[in-house]
Design a protein around this ligand. Structure first.
Ligand code: EPZ
Length: 428
C-alpha cells in the first residue's frame, strides 16, 4: 500500500486552488436519479469517493460520460453528464455501500422516482456507529413502507411518497439531504424542521431548484418543499470545499509562510475563520479566495466545540488539534457530533503532542515540539491531521493507509509541494 513521506519544517508559500466539495458532490451525484433528463455537474473533485458513487450510479443503470477539467492551474474539476433515463435497478449492493456510507443517499431519490429501493445498511465506521434511523423514520412519515431484511433497507411506496411535516430530533446532514431529494417528487408539501444548514445541503437545494424543484427556506433550518410530478435536467457547479480550505489554512498557520487559497469563499468557513483568528491566524479576503498566515504574535490555545453548521465543523476538529498542539497555552476541544472521533490522538502523541482525552473533550497542552514518526490513521480527517503534524514537525514522518486521503483530498501532495512542502508519495 502507498505511503506518504514528509520531511517537516518547511514554511509554505504560494497559491493553492481549492477543489469542489466532496460532501456536496456526493448528494449532487445522487440527485441525477430524480430525473429522466441528464444532469451535468461541473467542478467535481477527482477523488476515490466520487468514483465509488459514480460506480454505484452506473450499476443502477445511469449513463455517465466524463470530461476532464483544464485551465485554472489545471484544476477546474471534472464534469460528469449523468443520464438517469435508462435506470433499470433500484438496488444499492453491500459491496459498494460498505466502501462508502454516503451511498445511502440514493435511497430517497430511488424511492421517490421509482416507488421502491433496496439499499444495503451502511453499518458503523471508524468515527462512530452512525446509524441511518432518522433517514428511515422520516421516509416512513412520508408514507414509505420500510423493512430491514438481511442487512438491507427494503423500502417501497407504490403510490408515491406523500408530503409530511418532519421534525428531525437531531441535526443530520445526510438525513436532511435524503429527505430533501425525496420530497421534491412527493405528493404535496413537505416541511423539514431542524434541518441541517451545512453549505453542502444548500448546494443540493440550489441544484434541485435548477432542476425545477420548489424549495423555500434554503440556508435555514426549516425547508419547505412543494412536491412536483417530475424534475428536469440542469447544469450545476459544485460549491468549493470548505474543509479543504480550512485544512490548508491550518497548514499555513502551523508551518509559517503565507498561502493564498483560490476558488473558495471566506463566507463558507466563517466559524473556522473566527476560531483561527482567535488562535492567532491572519485571514484576509482576496479576489477569488483568501490569504492566510500566522500572526507575528504567534499561535495561542483556545477552547472550541464542534457543532452543526454554522458552528465549528467536526470535519476540522483533528486539523485544529494540530494547531493547538503547537500553540502557546492550553486548550480544550469538545467533539459533540461523533462519539469516537479522536483516533488521531494516539498518533499525534507519538509525534510529541501533549493531548489527554476525557470523554468527549480533549485537553491539549501546547508548545509541543513535534517530531517525525511512522503513523497511520483510520479516517480521512485524522489522516490529514497527521500530514499537517508531519509538515510542522522536525524530521521525517511516514503516513500509512494513504487511501483515506485519496477519498477526500484531491492532489494533496502536489498542492502542498508546489508551495514548498517536502512531501512524497512512496509507491509499494
Ligand atoms: C456528513 O455525514 C458528512 N459526510 C461527514 O463528513 C460529516 O462529519 C458529518 O456530515 C457531520 O457534519 C458527508 O457529507 C458524505 P450526520 P453524515 O447524519 O451525513 C447521528 C468527512 O470526513 N445520526 O449529520 O453521515 C450520527 O451518528 C465526513 O468528510 C443518527 O443518530 O452525518 C452523528 O452522530 C465524515 N441517526 C450525527 O447524527 C441518523 O439517522 C450527525 O450525523 C443519522 C445521523
Amino acid at each position: 500500500m502507498d505511503r506518504i513521506l514528509i520531511r517537516g519544517g518547511n514554511p509554505l508559500n504560494g497559491t493553492i486552488h481549492i477543489s469542489g466539495a466532496k460532501n456536496a458532490a456526493l448528494p449532487l451525484l445522487a440527485t441525477c436519479l430524480l430525473s429522466e433528463q441528464p444532469l451535468v455537474l461541473s467542478n467535481l473533485p477527482h477523488l476515490a469517493d466520487i468514483s465509488t458513487m459514480a460506480h454505484l450510479l452506473s450499476e443502477l443503470g445511469v449513463d455517465i460520460s466524463m470530461d476532464g477539467g483544464a485551465g485554472n492551474g489545471g484544476n477546474i474539476g471534472r464534469v460528469f453528464r449523468l443520464d438517469a433515463g435508462p435506470v433499470n435497478s433500484t438496488t444499492a449492493p453491500y459491496d459498494l455501500v460498505r466502501k462508502m456510507r454516503a451511498s445511502v443517499l440514493v435511497l430517497g431519490p430511488l424511492l421517490a422516482r421509482f416507488g421502491k429501493a433496496r439499499v444495503s445498511l451502511p453499518g458503523g465506521c471508524a468515527i462512530g456507529t452512525r446509524p441511518v434511523d432518522l433517514h428511515i423514520k422520516a421516509l416512513q412519515q412520508m408514507g414509505a413502507e420500510i423493512e430491514l431484511d438481511e442487512g438491507y433497507i427494503e423500502a417501497s411506496a407504490p403510490d408515491g411518497l406523500k408530503g409530511a411535516h418532519i421534525v428531525f430530533p437531531m441535526v443530520t446532514v445526510g438525513g436532511t439531504e435524503n429527505l430533501l431529494m425525496a420530497a421534491t417528487l412527493a405528493d404535496g408539501e413537505t416541511v423539514l424542521a431542524n434541518a441541517a444548514r451545512e453549505p453542502e445541503v444548500t448546494d443540493l437545494a440550489n441544484c434541485l431548484v435548477a432542476m425545477g424543484a420548489e424549495i423555500d427556506g434554503i440556508g435555514t433550518d426549516t425547508l419547505r418543499i412543494q412536491g412536483m410530478k417530475t424534475l428536469h435536467g440542469a447544469e450545476y457547479s459544485v460549491v468549493p470545499d470548505r474543509i479543504e480550505t480550512g485544512t490548508y489554512a491550518v497548514a499555513a498557520a502551523v508551518c509559517g509562510g503565507e498561502l493564498t487559497l483560490l476558488d473558495t469563499r471566506l463566507e463558507l468557513i466563517d466559524s473556522v475563520a473566527e476560531v483561527l483568528r482567535n488562535a492567532g491566524v491572519e485571514i484576509v479576503e482576496v479576489d477569488g479566495g483568501i490569504r492566510v498566515r500566522r500572526s507575528d504574535d504567534g499561535l495561542k490555545g483556545i477552547d472550541v466545540m464542534t457543532e452543526p453548521y454554522p458552528g465549528f465543523p467536526t470535519d476540522m476538529q483533528a486539523q485544529l488539534m494540530v494547531l493547538m498542539a503547537v500553540a502557546e497555552g492550553a486548550s480544550m476541544i469538545t467533539e459533540t457530533i461523533f462519539e469516537n472521533r479522536y483516533m488521531h490522538v494516539p498518533e499525534l502523541s507519538r509525534m510529541g503532542a501533549n493531548v489527554n482525552v476525557h470523554g468527549a473533550s480533549a485537553i491539549v497542552r501546547g508548545r509541543s515540539s513535534l517530531h517525525g514518526a511512522e503513523v497511520m490513521a483510520t479516517d480521512l480527517r485524522a489522516s490529514v491531521s497527521l500530514v499537517l503534524a508531519g509538515l510542522a514537525a522536525d524530521g521525517e514522518t511516514t503516513i500509512n493507509r494513504v487511501y483515506h486521503l485519496d477519498r477526500g483530498y484531491e492532489r494533496l501532495g502536489e498542492k502542498l509541494s508546489a508551495c514548498g512542502a517536502d512531501i512524497k508519495r512512496l509507491k509499494d
